[in-house]
Design a protein around this ligand. Sequence first.
Ligand SMILES: Nc1ncnc2c1ncn2[C@@H]1O[C@H](COP(=O)(O)OP(=O)(O)OP(=O)(O)O)[C@@H](O)[C@H]1O
Ligand SMILES: [Mg+2]
Length: 294
Amino acid sequence: MTEAGETVVRLEGLTKRFGEGDTSILALDDVSFEVRRGEIVALLGLSGSGKSTLLQHIDGLQTATSGGGTVLGTDLAAAGPAELRRLRRRIGFVFQQFHLVGRLTVLENVCQGALGSLRGPRLGLFTYPKAVRERALEGLERVGLADWAFQRADTLSGGQQQRVAVARALMQEPGLLLADEPVASLDPESSGQVMRLLKDIGQQRGLTVLCSLHQVDLALSWADRIVGLRAGRVVLDVPTHGLGRDDIMRLYTDLEEEVVLPASDAVDADAAGAKASDGDEAPTGVSLEEAGRR
Ligand SMILES: Nc1ncnc2c1ncn2[C@@H]1O[C@H](COP(=O)(O)OP(=O)(O)OP(=O)(O)O)[C@@H](O)[C@H]1O
Ligand SMILES: [Mg+2]
């Protein structure tokens, strides 16, 4: 069990290179940051900046080229396949394309979230223990879809399917919830519903949520904190409080230039886990580069 304020994710110099030689791609470049229990963090960056690769490493699905870190107390570099499988059972993952089994009922899809804690395969809803089915129904109630429990999953709208996927992820009773562009395929209204749901559930359960997004405005209104990636590097790591859209848009344009946020922008270095100044003097501003490169 993690306690309040405890570090759930600690990355230290995480580097991932795909391939070798001239054609290799540096997808993650010396990524270091921490996420504490209960934080709601949005991961932003251009396409190809490394968001999915980073989430996959945190989920123990990829092996780093160098560096690493700990997730829910598991040392990513030292863990063997069995330990990484155990870690994945404690991490919920919500995907852009929902990944439901369309021909199965909504309820059975949610029950599948408990497979990691059950022995052997399950064929059909009634092969799941009653307690699991009841918990799955409660989860569906939580996401507002109890009336759809016995309907085929592929008859639901995209937004509804994503809410089912959230209920399925919660069946794992995760210590960490990761989401990779969970609303990229949804209309604005459904996007809002799914993101609100992720945030409300996170807050109610003290769950840590790390979610990649493409929508800057959504990230600003949704997250406590934004981590920005650019070409595999963390170039932004700031609380959203007091942050404006323009501050974030720099992530997508001219970070060559040093970007300095005024101190009055209520950039709470502590809340971001960011170290604004090494000295005793009050910081006059937090460089986005600095904040990201602690
Ligand atoms: N399995 C792989 N093999 C080779 N290169 C890969 C692999 N996975 C990712 N990459 C490369 O790593 C870089 C980061 O990719 P990643 O998918 O993490 O970016 P992203 O920020 O999630 O992008 P998007 O917003 O388009 O989803 C890209 O250059 C990509 O081509
Ligand atoms: Mg991606």
